[in-house]
Design a binder for this molecule. Structure first.
Ligand code: GAP
Length: 586
């Protein structure tokens, strides 16, 4: 493990950020608990996401069940195609993600685009050994392993269900109702922040690859013919792009470009995707991701999910590895068409034209007195096939007879008996299957990256200190309140201060244990931006020391003003050096 990841894992365990679950029972790989500090950071990150992508964009938010019945995943394609490649060690029985083993050994970046047989060959060629016991893996089968967790809905086993592998399906399945809430107006967006489950073959790297995780997903439903992304608010945002053609190339390069340029020169082919990359770039930066360790990587053609027409990932570097934080996919009409084909509902939106239009519509009115005797029990199917053909290929009705196919067999129908005509019809609109644009964020990977990028080791008064330089919006606690000592009324005064701050909506940590220096260090380690110390002087003149986490500078502040001062600091309306008076001058 890299030094950075080791330092984070140690801090995470010691200070309640996150830790492996069920350790009292030997642990369960791929499941993590957020401790009190980490749960607060995660909640803050989710709220920041909601503010930007749900409320800030005027999108709805829903909260759907995490277990869904089997037909949903037949329709979505997950039952058939949501697989990773598995190789098992014959010696110790350990399961491994076969493509990851190949990537780690060969430096390949896209092994998942290969077929299982090709991966098996590469394992043999590179003479790969089991990372657990060292036995040779050559000759072992590489198989597809479906990542969904299966369960039964209700007693008995005739209603299989699955834990959703993405929150998105809960949105697609409810589309017929959500469309009504959007009053049949495209485009509209629906968000969901919730748990997803994948039975990962080899969960690893802390929160990075787990079996239960949180996604924050936005599904934007658009009319592909009429709706265009308005890029004006993000046109000048500079992106670091890693296009597909650069990956694996000699001297690969990132492309630094604005959203507008990337769309103009075709680097990003789909405007909607470009819009969300711009939005995400600004949002990641605002919540404290180190943008010098960040890029958008385009999926290679074979790497795209079964539904995606184009896809870019947001990636961040931690400990030398690039972590996929989010995916931005153009899913086309795949999802709604599939559910329309499998479910018993309409997955379209009726789009009213600005003005009614008169169109020519080829149609048929078969003469059943001819078709009946000619085709017997197939007559109705032949009639339906004629209607389809008229819509698809009216030219087929030009000759004496029309060939139609029914159950793989071609029949010739006399054109005169088809009742073929081209009618003029007035239409006020049409049923459209919306296309889906999907920014899909992984919350856990973001919490992890966020903490890793905020982790600092420095020295204060000659002592090493660990500090989480989290921005105030995601810090689990905003202010620590300490009495210099819990005596002579300083404890009571401090508790009053803490209560007042809590009632103003600040997350406050009260601490009266150990030296002041130790208490500062404890707050630095969990990212608390400010600390207040109530001392003897506070009892005399009503002022207290306010300390800044990052600079360790201290100002003397009137306790009556403290809530307003902290509110101004939190909103970034005042700089720390402009509040109260410097301690040396006090
Ligand atoms: N609906 C699209 C979708 O689910 P994805 O790329 O498979 O796309 C989206 O997942 C995000 O969810 C990823 O970018 C990643 O941040 C997160 N994610 C996926 N699998 C994960 C896992 N096993 N552990 C933690 N996060 C995961």
């Amino acid at each position: 493990m890299s030094e950075e990841r080791e330092a984070l894992a140690e801090l995470a365990r010691r200070r309640g950020l996150f830790f492996p679950a069920n350790e009292a029972y030997g642990g369960t790989a791929g499941f993590y608990v957020y401790g009190p500090t980490g749960a607060a950071i995660k909640r803050n990150v989710e709220d920041a996401w909601r503010d930007r992508f749900a409320i800030g964009e005027g999108n709805m938010e829903i909260d759907a069940p995490t277990i869904m019945p089997e037909p949903v995943f037949v329709a979505s394609g997950h039952l058939d195609g949501f697989d990773d490649m598995l190789v098992e060690c014959a010696e110790c029985g350990e399961s491994h993600r076969a493509d990851h083993l190949v990537e780690a050994a060969t430096g390949m970046e896209d092994a998942e685009t290969l077929e299982p047989e090709e991966i098996a060959e590469l394992i043999a060629e590179a003479d790969l050994a089991c990372p657990n016991c060292g036995a040779a893996l050559a000759g072992q089968d590489v198989t597809d392993f479906n990542l969904m967790f299966e369960t039964n809905i209700g007693p008995g086993s005739d209603a299989p269900g699955y834990l959703r592998p993405e929150t998105a399906q809960g949105i697609f399945v409810e589309f017929p109702r959500l469309r009504e809430y959007a009053r049949d107006q495209l485009p509209f967006g629906v968000t969901q922040v919730g748990r997803a489950y994948r039975n990962e073959i080899s969960p690893r790297r802390g929160l990075i690859r787990v079996r239960e995780f949180t996604q924050a997903e936005l599904e934007l439903f658009v009319d592909p013919e009429r709706d265009e992304a308005d890029l004006s608010s993000v046109a000048d945002v500079t992106l670091t792009l890693y296009p597909a053609e650069q990956q694996g190339a000699e001297g690969r390069e990132y492309v630094e470009t604005t959203v507008a340029e990337a769309v103009d020169d075709g680097t990003i082919a789909i405007d909607w995707i470009a819009y969300y990359l711009g939005l995400a770039q600004e949002w990641y930066s605002s919540i404290g991701v180190d943008m010098d360790r960040f890029r958008f990587r385009q999926h290679l053609p074979g790497e795209r999910a079964h539904y995606a027409a184009d896809c870019w990932d947001a990636e961040a570097e931690v400990g030398g590895d690039w972590i996929e934080l989010a995916g931005f996919a153009y899913r086309g009409d795949y999802d709604l068409s599939r559910h329309a084909a499998h479910a018993d509902d309409e997955f379209t939106v009726f789009q009213q034209y600005d003005e009614s239009v008169t169109v020519e519509r080829p149609c048929v009115d078969p003469d059943m007195s001819v078709l009946g005797p000619e085709f017997g029990e197939l007559a109705t199917d032949v009639g339906n096939a004629l209607a389809d053909l008229a819509e698809r290929d009216p030219g087929a009705f030009d000759g004496e007879a029309v060939p139609v196919e029914v159950d793989g067999q071609t029949y010739d129908v006399p054109t005169a008996a088809t009742g073929f005509a081209v009618e003029e019809v007035t239409e006020s609109g049409e049923h459209v299957t919306p296309h889906v644009v999907e920014p899909s964020f992984g919350v856990d990977r973001l919490v992890y990256t966020h903490c890793a990028h905020a982790l600092r080791e420095d020295e204060v008064d000659g002592e090493p200190r660990t500090r989480l330089a989290l921005p105030p919006a995601s810090a689990p606690t905003f202010v620590g309140v300490f009495p210099l000592m819990d005596r002579d009324g300083m404890g009571e005064r401090s508790r009053e201060v803490a209560d007042r701050l809590r009632s103003r909506g600040f997350a406050v940590a009260y601490d009266d244990a150990g030296s002041i220096g130790r208490r500062y260090r404890r707050q630095d380690e969990v990212g608390t931006p400010y600390c207040v110390t109530v001392d003897y002087e506070s009892l005399d003149d009503g002022t207290a020391t306010l300390r800044d986490r990052d600079t360790v500078a201290q100002r003397r502040v009137d306790l009556d003003d403290l809530p307003d001062v902290l509110a101004a600091l939190r909103a970034d309306e005042r700089a720390f050096e402009n509040v109260g008076v410097a301690v040396a001058d006090a």
